[in-house]
Design a protein around this ligand. Structure first.
Ligand code: CP
Length: 338
């Protein structure tokens, strides 16, 4: 996408060059300064949520309304037919309709469609290949937005980049993506997207995680490729003191053990004894004095991040959540304005 080319789909920050991301961020800032309440008048955004949401749902509806358009929301199985996503199954279970019929129908009612479909969490290769999301994307002949798929969350990544800029974190600043504790395995979408975003921004990135919780090689490799393009770097360690020394940003996120993917009992065994992976003020003794803490939300207080940090001056979580609105206004404007 350049100023002369229209954005067709917003599925992955990696589909855009660094310069194209900067253009979207400039558009987001412009729409904040100079609102365009008629830009998308008469346009309709369909929002298909296979999984729960607070920020993504509310910010997309607000963004569309602020630009003069409107939206509808479908949450399959909650007042609408349950949708089957698997290929070739005998549909004698709960789902009354297949995505092969349902998604083209929804797309025919709107000018752009957003889809949220989390990882299935049983087969790592299936999820890394974005099999379910790609099956759905192939059914949509309109502008399409990834509202979080198995291993990606580009809307969160765009908002997080905007937040880093607003916090005046240097392009080559030090960014730590840290695993934090959660009672069970969570998907890889946000850690993968945040890691890639920071690498593409050109930052010196460290993935801090306990043994057993290394991110899949495919996710690390993708981030390293982005760092190579942008002049940043990517490394990983289990040594918290080493990782946090001098860091300017700590991005906290929960995720499951790659080596126990789809095995809840083994994942639970691996995370036993890791409850001290809850971000506390004591973590920042050797960080940059004004080191900021980021998290995409929702966050569990005093399991992933302690009250003292979430309620203190380091926390940027509200800014990140707010930035979903202007970032997505920019995406919608780029996809739909004439
Ligand atoms: N960060 C994020 O996507 O929030 P929701 O899951 O509430 O949409």
């Amino acid at each position: 996408m350049s100023t002369s080319q229209k954005l067709q789909r917003f599925l992955d920050l990696a589909d855009l060059t660094r310069e194209e991301v900067l253009e979207l961020l400039a558009l987001a800032a412009r729409l904040e300064r100079h609102p365009e309440p008629r830009a998308l008048a008469g346009r309709i955004l369909g929002l298909l949520f296979f999984n729960p949401s607070l920020r993504t749902l509310a910010s997309f509806q607000a963004a569309m309304t602020r630009l003069g358009g409107s939206s509808f929301v479908i949450s399959p199985g909650q007042g609408t037919w349950q949708l089957e996503t698997r290929r070739g199954v005998v549909m004698d279970g709960a789902a009354a309709e297949h995505i092969r019929e349902g998604i083209p129908v929804l797309a025919s009612y709107c000018d752009a469609l957003g889809i949220r479909a989390f990882a299935q969490g049983t087969d790592l290769a299936h999820d890394l290949a974005e099999t379910t999301f790609n099956d759905m994307a192939a059914l949509v002949d309109k502008p399409l937005i990834n509202m979080e798929s198995a291993v990606n969350h580009p809307c969160q990544a765009l908002a997080d980049w905007k937040t880093l800029d607003e916090l005046a974190i240097p392009q080559r600043g030090r960014f730590v993506l840290s695993w934090v504790w959660h009672p069970r395995a969570l998907p890889l979408a946000v850690p993968a997207a945040a890691l890639h975003m920071a690498a593409l921004r050109g930052m010196d990135v460290t993935v801090l995680r306990p043994e057993g919780f290394a991110l899949p090689a495919a996710i690390m490799d993708r981030a390293r490729q982005a760092a190579t393009l942008s002049g940043g770097s990517v490394r990983e360690t289990a040594d918290r003191a080493d990782a946090l020394n001098g860091t300017q940003v700590l991005y906290a996120k929960e995720w499951g053990a790659t080596e126990a993917y789809g095995d809840a009992a083994e994942d639970a065994r691996l995370r036993q004894g890791l409850r001290d992976w809850c971000v506390r003020e004591g973590w920042f003794k050797h960080a940059a004095p004004d080191c900021r803490v980021m998290h995409c939300l929702p966050v569990r207080r005093n399991t992933a991040i302690a009250d003292e940090v979430l309620d203190g001056p380091r926390s940027a979580v509200q800014r990140e959540a707010y930035n979903r609105l202007p970032a997505q206004m920019a995406v919608l404007h780029a996809l739909l304005s004439s």
